[in-house]
Structures are given as C-alpha cells and as structure tokens.
Design a protein around this ligand. Structure first.
Ligand SMILES: Cc1ncc(COP(=O)(O)O)c(C=O)c1O
Length: 378
C-alpha cells in the first residue's frame, strides 16, 4: 500500500526537535518559525511536557469518557482563569474541525435554527459543516453542499447587519476567525467582531469564535477575538493547545445547557490528551507565554515593517504574515534551503510566521537579519 498523495511536502525529514529548532536526517539544524502549522506552542521536546506525558503513559494511557476524568476539570479550571472564561463550560475532542463541527451543532441544538453565517477567506476545517463554512470550493465535495451556509464578505459590517435584518430569526450562528490564517493573516476589525456580537445578541444567534489558529495566546491575548472587548458564545481551540498531541476543545457559554449524549467522542479528553494539555497550560503560566508572544511579536512586526521590499506586514503577536512582491516569492525557499529557516505560507507571496510562543529574541533577531540580507540581495 502507498500513502494517499494529497500533501504538498517540503523536501525535508525532521528527526529531532528542541525548543525552536529542528534537525534533519543529515543533522542540519533549522530555526522553526512554522511549528508544524502553528501547533508547537511551548517548543519542541519541552522537558516539562515530556516528563508529564511520560509519567501519565507509565500510569495509564487511555480510558474513555465513560468514567470520572478529574484532570479534565482541573484543565477547565486553569484554562478558565487564563483565558478569562471562568463561567464557560469545557469540552474536549480531537481536532480543530471536530471542535467547529461540535460548535455549529451546539448552536443549532440551542436555538433550533439551521443557518450559519461564514465569511470570505475563512477556513474552518475539512469535515462536513466545517468545510461547508470554509471559503475554498476545491476542498468541498458535492455532498458538502448545503443551503444552510451563507457566506458574506469578511469585515463588512453593513452586509452582516443587512442580512440579519432580512432573516435574523433564521440564523443559528456566525463563525469567524479573529485573524484569518489560511486566508493570508487578515485580522478581523474590532468593529466587525462587535457587530457580530450585537447582531447575535439581538437575534438570538450564537457567536462562534474560531480560535484554532489565532487563539491560545499566539497573538499576545489569549484569544485574538478579545481585541474587540466582547465575548463570543463558543470558542473553538486546537493546534497549540497540546503542542502536537491531537486535541481540540470548546469553551461554551453558560446559557447553552448540556444534556447527556448531546456531544460525544471516544478518544477526546483521554488521559494522555489531558496530560499533554495540562502540561502546556502549566508551561504557559510558568513562562508567561502569552506576554512573551506579545513582546516578541511587537519586536518582529516593528522591524519587519521597516524593511523596504516588504509590501505589508499583518497580524499580531506571533501570528505574522509578511507579504512580498510577486517576483520575490522565491525568498521563502531560499530561507529554507540556504539559511535553514522554516516558515509557512499563505499563497505564494505571503510568508507565514507561526513560531513557538517562547521564541527567543536572539532567534527572532537572526530571522530579521537573515531576511534583511536576502531582500537586500534580491
Ligand atoms: C482557523 C482554523 N480552523 C480550523 C482548522 C481545522 O483544524 P484541524 O486541521 O485540526 O481539523 C484550522 C486548521 O488549519 C484552522 O486554521
């Protein structure tokens, strides 16, 4: 059997990771500003992360949600405090798409309505509802087509208000990224997020904040949506939450009531998943990672904005998009092949920087100097 060939792969095999660095098969060391797509939040092979998972593995690795899981409650308490969502309810699953799928269903269970609003440039995953709300026709199969999804222009408050005044009673939910990741690091404006909040409150719809890529401290606030000063009804999380262990999660407002069997999962919230999630939360606290993401991000964005050939720098904290002129789209490959710096992309011209939140200032400076050199030589 061969693997199903769907991934665009870099010509690279990683065999070791430590902090913000990885090593390939030939022992070449790379600065990792990509983190396997915004997943590595506390750095590769963090000693506390390893020790916690190892200890749990030696005790018991798995049992399902059919028994008491006190570690889930401990995580919920800690996450509530760190994120400012003390009164919310916590549900663990296995991926970002599953978290969004559950959020969209919960909204519909709650208000009994069918329609959800999503936005141009949005990405919410590849399962049925999550892909239906994603703005990419190529990844939607005919079976994913549904009249229940309404796509509106991103950051357009008037279009949103008009739609709500036309058919607000039919709208179950609005799903939105605080900063669009796959879409090219495009921040939602605070006005737009506040308008979503107001429309949802007025018409009884559920505001779903997709914080899978832009959340969990990456932007220097716990949720990038926080910039608007309003709260969503459901936050979805994944990626950095367990530093690579597959975990998705929802924080659900208190007025959405649970009932037995409403949601479920076999693997979600297992001992190992909880150990990984808990270890990450402890490291966040011990190393003040949300604050560090803010500081290092401000430094990077400030310096990148001064670079001549850079068309635009977008994002906040350690979620940064560097837009280059079309003719310089080869720079990302040079950074990888010559300078051994790994970055992500959002389309050929936009370099996506999504490093671990404890990226050091030295490593950030190394990246800035290297990019500056590459651009000067271009
Ligand atoms: C904003 C956003 N939502 C949802 C997802 C889907 O997450 P997963 O790949 O864990 O299903 C992603 C993945 O990139 C994402 O960036």
């Amino acid at each position: 059997m061969n693997t199903f060939d769907v991934f665009n792969k870099l010509p690279l095999q990683i065999v070791k990771g430590k902090g913000s660095h990885v090593w390939d098969l030939h022992n070449h060391k790379y600065l990792d500003l990509y983190g396997g797509h915004a997943v590595i939040s506390v750095g590769h092979s963090h000693p506390h992360y390893i020790a916690t998972i190892k200890k749990q593995l030696e005790q018991v690795a798995f049992y399902s949600n059919s028994i008491e899981m006190p570690l889930q409650d401990t995580i919920a308490q800690k996450l509530g405090i760190l994120s400012g969502l003390e009164n919310y309810q916590f549900f663990l699953c296995n991926s970002g798409a599953e978290a969004n799928e559950n959020a969209l269903k919960l909204a519909s269970f709650h208000n009994g309505r069918k329609k959800t609003i999503c936005f141009t440039g949005g990405f919410h995953g590849r399962t049925s509802l999550s892909v239906a709300t994603t703005d990419n026709a190529y990844i939607k199969a005919p079976i994913n087509e549904t009249a229940n999804v309404i796509q509106l222009p991103f950051n357009d408050c008037v279009a949103l208000q008009n739609l709500f005044s036309e058919m607000g009673e039919q709208i179950s939910s609005v799903i939105v990224e605080g900063i669009q990741g796959v879409g090219g690091i495009i921040p939602a404006t605070p006005e737009f997020l506040s308008t979503i909040r107001n429309c949802c409150t007025q018409y009884g719809a559920i505001y779903i904040a997709d914080a899978i890529q832009c959340g969990y401290g990456r932007t220097g606030q716990f949720f990038s949506h926080d910039i608007a000063g309003v709260k969503a009804d459901i936050y979805t999380m994944a990626k950095g939450i367990a530093n690579g262990f597959p975990v998705g999660a929802l924080a659900i407002t208190d007025f959405i009531k649970p009932s037995k069997g409403l949601l479920g999962t076999t693997f979600g919230g297992s001992y190992l998943a909880c150990a990984a999630t808990f270890a990450v939360l402890q490291i966040f606290e011990q190393e003040s990672l949300v604050f560090r993401a803010k500081q290092t991000g401000e430094y990077l964005i400030g310096e990148l904005s001064k670079m001549d050939k850079v068309v635009a720098v977008r994002g906040r904290g350690l979620m940064i998009g560097i837009e280059l002129p079309k003719e310089l789209s080869y720079i990302r490959t040079q950074l990888m092949e010559i300078d051994r710096i790994l970055t992500g992309e959002a389309g050929p011209q936009i370099i996506r920087v999504l490093p671990a939140l404890n990226l050091s200032f030295n490593d950030a400076t190394f990246f800035l100097e290297t990019l500056h050199t590459r651009l000067s030589q271009a």
